[in-house]
Design a protein around this ligand. Sequence first.
Ligand code: AMP
Length: 434
Amino acid sequence: MSFAKLGLLPPLTQTLADLGYAVPTPIQQQAVPAVLAGRDVLAAAQTGTGKTAAFVLPLLQMLAATPATGPAPRAVVLVPTRELAEQVLASCQRYGAGLPLRSYALYGGVSHGPQLTALRDGVDLLVATPGRLIDLFGKGELRLREVRHIVLDEADRMLDLGFADDLATVFQALPRERQVLLFSATFADAVRALAQARLRKPLSIEATPRNTAARTIRQWVVPVDKKRKPELFLFMWRDRGWQQVLVFVKTKLGADELAERLRGKGIAAEAIHGDRPQASRQAALAAFKAGTVAVLVATDVAARGLDIDGLPQVVNFDLPLQAEDYVHRIGRTGRAGAAGEAISFVCADEAPQLAAIEALLKKKLSRDEEPGFEPRHQVPATLGAAPPRRPPPLAKAGAGRGRTPGNWVGFDERPARGAGRGRPGGAKGGRGGR
Ligand code: AMP
C-alpha cells in the first residue's frame, strides 16, 4: 500500500517520501480515500496512530485543488489545547511544504494582534482551540462562512474540557454544506451524541494500530512511600541510565518542585503546566525534544497531545485523578511503532486511583518493588479487572499480552469512559504562530 494508491498527488507523496514515511498507517489507509471523496468520517483513534496525517493530508490536497476566493479559512481543525494546536499546525506545515497554502494556529493566552494580522492576510487551514475561535468570530474578526471542512480532533477531550457549547456555536456559524471529520480516542455518550448530531452518514473507522506490532508499552507499578518518590526517581534515573523522561505529576506546584529538585541534582529538568506562560512552555517542550532538557515534568492539561519522537519512558510520579488520563499519559511513549515503558510510582493513598485504572484497562498492573524502596505503608491490594462502568461499544475484545516483568499493552484496547469533567479555568484557548 502506497500513499499514491490512496489518491494523494505528487506534491504530497514527494514530501512524505522526504519525511521517510514509507507506508500509510491503518487509519491513513482508511481515512484518506474517504476524506478525499468528501465523506464525513467518525474515527476512533488515539495519538500515535498517525491520525493527524490521516486528516491533514487529504485536507491539504482538497484545499490546493480549489483556489481561495478571499482571506477566510476554508478548513478548520478544532483541538482541545494550545499544545495540540501547535502540533497540528506543525504537521500542516510539514506535510504541506510542497503546496502554496497557508496554515495558522489560533489559541488563547496570547495577544490578539498577530492573530488578527494573520487572519486578514489570509489563512487556508486554521487550527484552533474553540475558545479563541469563538472570541474572534464573535468580534467579527473571523469569517466561518467559507469553511468547507471541519475536523474535531480529540473530540472526547474537548467535551471533557467543557467545550460542548462552543462547538455548537461554531457549527451554527458554518455553512450547511460542509464535511465533518470527528476523531476521538474514546466514544463516551457525549461523543456519540455529538457525532449523531453533526455527522452525515459518516464512515466509521477504528484505528487499531495492531499492525504496528511495536506499538506496545511495557507498564508497571512501583509501590513506594509518598515522600520517597523523588529519591526513587533519582535512583531509577541513574540505575536504569534513563536519558529522556516525561514525568507526570498531579499539581502545578508539584511540577515546579520536582523540576527544581532534579535541577539541584544536576539533571536538566523543566516543568510545564497551565500557569507557565505559553512561550516558556513552548521553549521547554522544544528543549525537551531537542534533548537539552532531559526531564520534562508536566501536569495533564499541559501535556495533552504532546508528540515526542521515540520517547522511551513515561513516569507517573503521581497517578492521575481521572483514570482516562492514565491512558493518555502513557500514550506519549511507544509512538509510531517504537516500544516504550510507562512506570507508575504508587503510594498507599493512591490505591483507589490504581484500582480505577486497572478497572478501565481491564487488567491488573504488575507491581515491582524497587529494592531499598519497599514502602512502609503498604499499597492496599486492588481487585483490578473490575468491569467498566459502561460497556465500551468500540472496544476490542481481549486483554493485552501479559509478560513479565510488567504488562505490555497493545493500544487496540480501548477504555470505557466515565462522566465528563467540568471545564478547568484557563483552559480556553488561543494564539497562533505560523
Ligand atoms: P499522530 O497519531 O498523528 O500523533 O502521529 C504520531 C507520529 O507518527 C507522528 O510523529 C507522525 O510524524 C508519525 N507518522 C504519521 N504517519 C506516519 C507514517 N505513515 N509513517 C511513519 N510515521 C508516521
